[in-house]
Design a protein around this ligand. Sequence first.
Ligand SMILES: [Zn+2]
Length: 393
Amino acid sequence: MMNNNQPQSRPNRGAHQPNPTRTYSQTRRPTRMSKAEIARRQFIAKCIIVVCMTLVLGGGVFLLFRSGLFSKSSSKKETTITTTAGTVVTTTSAAVESTTEPTTPPDDLTGYTVILDPGHGGWDRGTSYPYNSDQNEEPTITIRIANILADELRGRGATVYITRTEDNYYSLYYRIAEVHLICMDIAKERGILPFSAEREQELRGMLQKIKEVNDNSYDKGGMGFMAGTGVGADLKELFEMEYQLTDVVFMSIHINAHYDETTFEPVNHHGIEVTYVTDDAVNEYEGKPKNQTSGAPVRDPYHGRPNEHNLLYAQTLYDAIIADNPSLASNMDKPVYTANWAVIRKIGLVGTLLEFGFISHETDRAILIDDAKLQPVCSSVADGLEEYFKQIR
Ligand SMILES: [Zn+2]
């Protein structure tokens, strides 16, 4: 490698021109140098060589990095590198590809987080088959689905949280508080917590209090600062933190049932339903939330939620599940619809409440009571999550 640190006027080695240094040395009588002087000069010469080599190599490495050759995001087909010696090196795209790391994220769920919420538990038995029996009960089936799904998601690289792992009662607001606390932990770890340490402790205390009360009623304080319609100032702070966590999603897991009101015999509804929330919190089957008479605050709708992501998430999950499990296609008018369930209305994450089928229907029930048949359904849910994240990035 040439060293171009020399001045431009440096004489060509081959030219017979007077060398001023040489001329000077010839005018002096050579003197014998002491061993110490020789060693000192050798040491200085070595130092100069080391400094020069460092400058040349350091400059070369700097230019290689600037050229983008080692950059993860390099998309150049051809890279031109000018070395310190003025040498121009042109690399082909093949050479760039061989030294460049993959530019696109993996297609699996590595780096993504899913919070699963198995519905009901404890004294809250949800639905069952036969009607109002202690067989094929919703709390045990939702836990089984959550566990199979969690294994599937973790196998694809996701981080999974589960709000309930035992058959105990946890109020809706307990679960919601848990989701907010998980999100605070994630935001804190990433250094993007949008409030002071003092405010963080205050919010954590309010959420812990809701968990301690563990009751859905307004009068007992189980809703805490999340009581009422719309979004209050405290909840808005948490929402805005959660809107930043686009790689974290929420899924509440439930199963359906439909019985005739007089005979308690199953009605012919079957298939999955995937619900999502919008700012107006309108339930497409039931209309707007009812006016509350409990005394809880009534607020205007808060606009800021990523509505289009919620719809995309719900629709992508539905499409993925029925693509490989056609018997779970719904015979309802609209199986993907907006709903105002508290667990998705009171969080800022993109989320869904997913009904995994009707326990009252024979075909759906055959899947819901058999782990081996639930496995491919959970695999399809994971496919849907991969597709959702691929579409929003
Ligand atoms: Zn349920």
